[in-house]
Design a protein around this ligand. Structure first.
Ligand SMILES: [Zn+2]
Length: 442
């Protein structure tokens, strides 16, 4: 099969190409006219990009499948042009903090996934001996929290716990990804408020900034590869940049909600906007874009973290007690394109932030994240000029509450292909759940 278009987003250029596909792989990226046989012609209004890679998705199954499961999450992924995602180790019961927990997760995911799925393990107090077995079994790396995670079965770690785990992570050359907020600056007083400002002030930038300073210090001491997840505080960007220039092995990601929304615009009681760390002020948002432009921040992931609607406490609108997490797996491409385009960024930036760099981080880049000979034929066809208004009810993830409801966006996903098979076509899911479990090669 051949997919050809006037605009194919390659690693270094956007150019007319014919993508030749055989046995699920890209076997040639040829001149546009070098095409005969079965051809999928892409209209001139659309572009072909690598299938998106989202390394930060909370699927919550087994144990909390009523929050989100592999079936519904991977349907949403397919509809959003995401062909590879990596599941977070918490919110499922058991969490992925032991080899047995990882096996329970795999049992749940097998035969349920419409896209390819990888898995993070977790670092929690006292599980250092579990890290090597989980890593050998194929988790891509390990996540820890420096503050309470929100669920009892996934405990947060202190510096003392990290001093136990990090030498082992270095020995394995495993990546440690960190929810970087420290408890000290966070106000946990048992209050209620439907005022977003009160919630924002309860989780100040200092909590993130101090956590990132701690992780830089520990990464330097133990030479562990560290990655900061969902960076929200722009104050930390110069600190990260300096550490990176000094050779500290630390990287960072941010998320669509920090790049699209602004605290000043969040209405009272609109708990669908609650996440931790919080969405901050407009000026902070612009500094995050600068951090992406100068490559201090490597890429953008959804941090899709849904829950049953009632846990958002929409009736009381209490920001302090509502579940923190934003559901956006299906919308990452249009949200980022809407914001990127108005700031002068290109399709090449999009492919770097949404595809190539996240694939590299989890070492899936020999198969995923770029349109290149030998890679899996994971592709998304989308129209950058199409405008649409989000209807939460038509999204595919389990619980439809999302702050993006009724948001006008640019960039519509038209078709997704996973290893050469069409899995999504203009509103319709095509085919059955044939996604692979992506286990890191030991
Ligand atoms: Zn998360």
């Amino acid at each position: 099969m051949i997919i050809r278009a006037q605009r194919v987003v390659l690693p270094d250029e956007v150019a007319p190409r014919s993508i030749h596909i055989s046995d699920g792989r890209i076997v040639d990226v040829a001149a546009y006219d070098d095409a005969d046989g079965e051809i999928v012609e892409v209209g001139d209004e659309s572009v072909v990009m690598p299938g998106l890679v989202d390394t930060h998705v909370h699927i919550n199954s087994p144990g909390r499948t009523e929050w989100e499961g592999f079936h519904s999450a991977t349907l949403a992924a397919a509809a959003g042009g995401v062909t590879t995602l990596v599941d977070m180790p918490l919110n499922s019961i058991p969490p992925t903090t032991t080899l047995a927990g990882f096996e329970a997760k795999l049992d749940q995911a097998r035969n349920e996934c419409f896209v390819d799925v990888g898995f993070w393990g977790g670092v929690v107090p006292g599980n250092t001996a579990e890290l090597a077995p989980m890593f050998a079994a194929g988790v891509v790396g390990f996540k820890c929290f420096l503050v309470p995670s929100g669920v009892d079965e996934f405990k947060y770690v202190t510096e003392e716990h990290l001093r136990d785990a990090m030498p082992e992570l270095s020995r394995l050359d495993a990546l440690l990804i960190v929810h970087a907020e420290l408890p000290g600056p966070i106000k946990t007083a048992d209050v209620s408020s439907s005022d977003y400002r009160a919630f924002l002030e309860s989780r100040p930038r200092a909590a993130e900034n101090e956590a990132i300073e701690l992780m830089i210090r520990l990464s330097r001491e133990f030479n562990t590869r560290v990655h900061i997840v969902h960076l929200s505080s722009a104050d930390a960007i110069p600190v990260l940049r300096k550490a990176q220039l000094e050779g500290v092995r630390i990287t960072a990601e941010t998320c669509p909600h920090y790049l699209h929304f602004a605290a000043e615009e969040i209405p009272a009681g609109a708990t669908e906007f609650k996440c931790c760390p919080p969405i901050r002020e407009r000026a902070n948002r612009e500094q995050l874009w600068e951090g992406l432009a100068d490559k201090t921040i490597d890429f953008i992931v959804s941090d899709h973290s849904p829950c049953p609607g009632e846990m958002k406490l929409r009736e009381s609108g209490d920001f302090m007690k509502a579940w923190g997490g934003i559901a956006s797996l299906e919308l990452r491409l249009p949200v980022i394109w809407t914001e990127a385009r108005r700031r002068g960024f290109s399709l090449l930036d999009m492919a770097r932030w949404l595809c190539a760099n996240p694939a590299k981080q989890v070492r899936f880049d020999s198969r995923k994240g770029s349109i290149a000979v030998g890679n899996d034929a994971d592709l998304v066809i989308w129209n950058p000029d199409a405008q649409f208004t989000v209807s939460a009810a038509s999204l595919h993830h389990r619980h439809k509450i999302t702050p993006y409801d009724r948001e006008p966006l640019n960039g519509a996903v038209q078709k997704s292909f996973l290893r050469g098979r069409k899995i999504y076509d203009n509103g319709n899911i095509a085919g059955s759940p044939l996604g692979h479990m992506l286990l890191k090669q030991a």
